[in-house]
Design a protein around this ligand. Structure first.
Ligand code: AMP
Length: 147
């Protein structure tokens, strides 16, 4: 059965898309632990990192720094970034389709320095607020001529 990220990739449910090519899709995480929180997802169904082959490993590991730089370039207040992937239920993976969290950090974000808890801030965001952030990051990706 298709998981929620399969449905986003298929265009069956909407997402605030940041970047797309034949192999991956990046879009805003609905929870926005901090503003700009983005997910990078392989389009092919890999449940988690334990399924990865060399091709998707190379692709993801190349794209993560490029996407991180593009997100950081959207706001001088972004002074750091947590990048993580939960692999397996025991590790807190809730969507069974591999994904990478890029969570911008701000000096005043009041989160613990190293451990980013699961926080759902979606109640603070309407469609316009998501679209504003997604547009900023998309434009930053374009400014760097893709990823
Ligand atoms: P994890 O707990 O690491 O599996 O992360 C799953 C992430 O997917 C959570 O941070 C959710 O906020 C996010 N998420 C779930 N559904 C959606 C959706 N429809 N659009 C964007 N992000 C989503």
């Amino acid at each position: 059965m298709a998981d929620i990220f399969d449905q986003i990739i298929a265009g069956e449910i909407p997402a605030y898309k940041i970047y797309e090519d034949d192999d991956v899709l990046a879009f805003l995480d609905i929870s926005q632990v901090t503003p700009g929180h983005t997910l990078l997802v392989p389009k092919q169904h890999y449940t988690n990192i334990f399924d990865y082959d060399e091709a998707i490993t190379n692709k993801i590991m190349t794209l993560i720094p490029a996407l991180a730089k593009a997100i950081k370039a959207t706001d001088p207040a972004i002074t750091g970034m947590n990048i993580s992937s939960n692999n397996g239920e025991s590790a807190g993976q809730t969507v069974p389709h591999s994904h990478w969290h890029l969570i911008p950090r701000y000096d005043d974000d009041d989160l613990n320095d190293t451990l980013v808890p699961t926080i759902d801030n979606s109640a603070n965001y309407d469609q316009e607020a998501y679209e504003t952030i997604a547009t900023q990051i998309r434009e930053s990706v374009e400014d760097s001529h893709g990823l």
